[in-house]
Design a protein around this ligand. Structure first.
Ligand code: MG
Length: 376
């Protein structure tokens, strides 16, 4: 059984200004939707992005990603239903439903919501109201409202998949959120503590506030990786996930992808979580001949679980032959696919060592890598 998040991004909300739906507006150098998606990467097994049919550029862009895409409905509930439908053959146990306009959601809220679903069919973050509450007519205060027991609802709202699918199917429509739909179906909804920083971008000034929250939490980590594999018999090498014809092969316990190993170690290094050998001991026969993508995916998912997103990686291969240049683009594309990054976040380059040393004598290939991770 697996977990999923549905990011509802089909709204046309333009109250935030700028003439563009708010999820596609810039925030701290990226789009709101990019921040929000990164919060969930590595935290759940599948991510569904619900897009408006009008956002043709986004459809084009995200079709090449690992995301599952679903088409927005005529209202928010319709969009959520389409997102749930897109997951129907994925064996989902727990699903989180999140507004794309909440890019500052913390790792803690995501974890708490998933954990609460171990013991409840539904769970969601709520922020206890602390301000005094008034009623008003827009001109004067007309009354006061007791705030005891009142919560401001946030997302992600989490549910047992089958239960929320049934609740949406039975609901007549017009609900403010998925918790209302769940409660109408008789589900008990656990509250977990919300966070004032988990704001929903609604008005123009919310962009500044979201940028301040992200800036305050900025935690940048660097890691480096270095690896060497020796040449042996063979007719190809695998470098950064790409098979390159060569008159020799690389020796190693796994597929000996020296570039991908260096990048994987750079990510472990940034997290201060050891190296490949500790996570995948060479003494363990199950990793014999393993595709190195397994190691890299593990490092990426560990980063996500620890609350970091990968900002970029840079990998240098050191060898006289094979020539890397003709394959560098394919290597970037493949590494980006495995890491769930855009290819402009992945660099693969090569150098010779001027025929000096073991790489110069073509006894093997060396690789160096750097990874930059940012707390998300
Ligand atoms: Mg290695």
């Amino acid at each position: 059984m697996s977990t999923a998040a549905i990011i509802v991004a089909a709204g046309r909300g333009q109250r935030a200004g700028g003439g563009t739906p708010k999820q596609w507006r810039a925030l701290g150098g990226r789009r709101v939707a990019d921040w929000t998606l990164d919060r969930f990467r590595g935290r759940v097994d599948h991510i569904v992005l619900v897009l408006s049919p009008e956002d043709t550029d986004a459809w084009q862009e995200f079709r090449a990603s690992n995301l599952i895409l679903a088409e927005g409905g005529t209202d928010r509930a319709g969009s959520v239903r389409n997102g749930l439908l897109a997951l129907r053959n994925h064996g989902i146990e727990k699903v989180l439903i999140h507004d794309v306009a909440r890019p500052c959601v913390s790792n803690r809220i995501i974890t708490d919501t998933l954990t609460a679903l171990d013991s409840h069919p539904a769970a969601a973050p709520g922020l206890a109201v602390t301000d005094a509450l008034w009623t008003g007519d827009g001109v004067v205060v007309t009354g006061t409202q007791d705030r005891a027991g009142l919560y401001a609802a946030q997302t992600p709202q989490g549910f047992h998949y089958d239960a929320i699918v049934a609740a949406h199917a039975a609901h007549p429509g017009g609900a403010a959120d998925d918790v209302e739909v769940a409660r109408a179906a008789g589900l008990s909804v656990a509250t977990i503590p919300g966070d004032a920083d988990n704001l929903k971008i609604t008005r123009p000034e919310d962009f500044d506030r979201a940028e301040r929250i992200m800036g305050t939490n900025m935690d940048v980590r660097l890691g480096n990786g270095y690896d060497v594999h020796r040449f042996g018999d063979g007719d190809h090498v695998i470098l950064c996930g790409v098979e390159v014809p060569h008159d020799r092969g690389l020796q190693g316990h796994s597929d000996a992808d020296v570039g991908m190993h260096a990048v994987t170690d750079a990510i472990y290094g940034a997290l201060a979580q050891g190296d490949i050998g500790q996570h995948f001991p060479p003494s363990d026969p199950q990793w014999k001949g393993a595709a190195s993508a397994i190691f890299l995916r593990h490092a990426v998912e560990l980063a996500g679980r620890m609350g970091y997103r990968i900002s970029n990686v840079d990998c240098t291969l050191v060898c006289e032959y094979p020539k890397i240049g003709p394959h560098a683009e394919a290597m970037r594309t493949e590494m980006a696919r495995i890491m769930d990054l855009r290819s402009d976040q992945v660099s693969v380059k090569a150098t010779t060592s001027e025929r000096l040393g073991f790489t110069g004598r073509s006894e093997g290939i060396a690789s160096l890598a750097t990874a930059c991770l940012v707390k998300s």
